[in-house]
Design a protein around this ligand. Structure first.
Ligand SMILES: [Zn+2]
Length: 415
């Protein structure tokens, strides 16, 4: 049976997908800058770039395909360099929210590692306030529109996720000084301590300043840097009722996902790509690999631990994934897992939410109900910055609007 949505009327479907209320729960601030802004700010700050034109940057740095993860990550050096002043952070956050609004994204959770931006002029609080100021400005402007005020359309909202790093080098003044201040600790101990410091700061600033810092994340290279190392930081935010999401199963096997759930209390998983891959189970102690995967999958499904799917990003960083149809998303659908479409990095991956949804519709057996579910899961499993009753109302409003927008499109409308 073919469950795929008939995309014959491609233009109409694309227009409708742009209009439906969408969300992006996994988008990195430093991977989503406008290229024009990187150029503009680099000029202002007297920074070197391989090219000062959008075309040149596209050709030399922000490529359609990357040779390896290293080349992919190199792009972040250029964006990070222009994110060292509060006014730049505010502008970048503002523009990211605007870009989302323009393609019908109503809810975003912006994540970034604030310690990458701590320097002589910005402490953690200043970094977070600057990003929040940009997002708040975009939110207020959008929600002033008449169609929002008269409740014909759902408003735009956002929250902030702070990322601790599994591993880091002297990538910012903060990290440089942090590493230099330890003589007798090894790198993994230093990373653990930096995570815990971030956890304490995030909770304090959330509570003291009232910023919508709703969740804690762990990013960076998985291999050799196990999630369990960061147990203390995650336990700290867990006890402060902050949500948790963890990059896991992106470039390491299922054990990484296991640790994210059992050690770090993850509410959501970033990528989860290798979930079903028994060949990537490293421990010899796991003798029944199928049972191991089955147990994790059952737990994720039952607890509705939502997987933040980043199709384009996975295609770019996983050389073994030659065809998108082979992405484990299809298996996740089969197992009725809670999944949601995310961009990961809008600029680095040259994508947006509309594009990710169309990619899924074009390449997987997804019926209209499955599509609607993915959008619903995104709103329902979001780390919404408000009371539960407000979240419920917002989710309802987004769903009603989804049904209204798709009402005249039989291939998309769910009765
Ligand atoms: Zn990510």
């Amino acid at each position: 049976m073919n469950n795929q949505i008939n995309l014959d009327n491609h233009k109409q479907i694309e227009e409708t997908i742009r209009k439906i209320p969408k969300n992006d729960l996994h988008v990195h601030l430093d991977g989503s800058l406008r290229l024009e802004t990187i150029i503009d700010l680099s000029k202002k700050e007297g920074l070197e770039l391989p090219s000062f034109t959008v075309e040149g940057l596209n050709e030399l740095v922000f490529k359609d395909q990357y040779e390896n993860l290293g080349e992919y990550l190199k792009t972040f050096g250029y964006s990070g360099a222009v994110m060292q002043k509060p006014e730049h952070l505010e502008r970048i956050a503002y523009e990211l929210a605007i870009d989302n609004q323009e393609e019908g994204v109503r809810y975003i959770e912006i994540r970034f590692a604030p310690q990458l931006h701590i320097n002589e002029i910005m402490e953690l609080e200043a970094v977070l306030k600057a990003v929040n100021a940009g997002l708040e400005k975009a939110e207020k402007e959008f929600n002033r529109r008449p169609e929002i005020k008269n409740k014909q359309e759902p408003p735009f909202h956002y929250s902030i996720i702070v990322c601790a790093m599994r591993d880091f080098g002297p990538w910012s003044l903060f990290y440089k000084n942090f590493i230099a201040s330890f003589t007798y600790s090894d790198r993994s101990d230093i990373c653990k301590l930096a995570s815990l410091e971030l956890a304490k700061g995030a909770v304090k600033i959330r509570d003291k300043v009232g910023l919508p810092i709703m969740a804690f994340d762990l990013a960076g290279a998985e291999a050799g840097n196990p999630a369990a190392d960061h147990w203390k930081a995650f336990q700290y935010v867990h006890e402060a009722f902050m949500h948790k999401t963890v990059h896991a199963g992106e470039d390491y096997g299922p054990e990484s996902i296991f640790q994210a759930i059992t050690e770090l209390h993850a509410d959501r998983i970033g990528h989860g790509y290798s979930l079903f891959d028994t060949s990537r189970i490293a421990s010899d102690d796991i003798t029944d690999k199928d049972a191991y995967i089955s147990d994790i999958t059952q737990y994720i499904a039952d607890r509705r631990i939502t997987i933040e799917i980043c199709l384009t990003s996975n295609m770019q960083t996983n050389p073994s994934l030659e065809r998108i149809e082979h992405h484990t998303f299809s298996k996740m659908l089969e197992h009725h897992l809670s999944t949601t479409f995310c961009t990961d990095n809008r600029t680095v991956s040259k994508t947006n939410v509309t594009n990710e949804i169309l990619l899924a519709l074009n390449n997987f057996q997804m019926d209209k109900k499955a599509l609607r579910n993915c959008i619903i899961y995104g709103f329902k499993r979001s780390f919404f910055p408000g009371r539960y009753s407000q979240k419920r109302n917002y989710v309802r409003q987004c769903l009603d609007y989804y049904d209204k927008v798709t009402a005249d499109i039989p291939v998309l409308h769910v009765d």
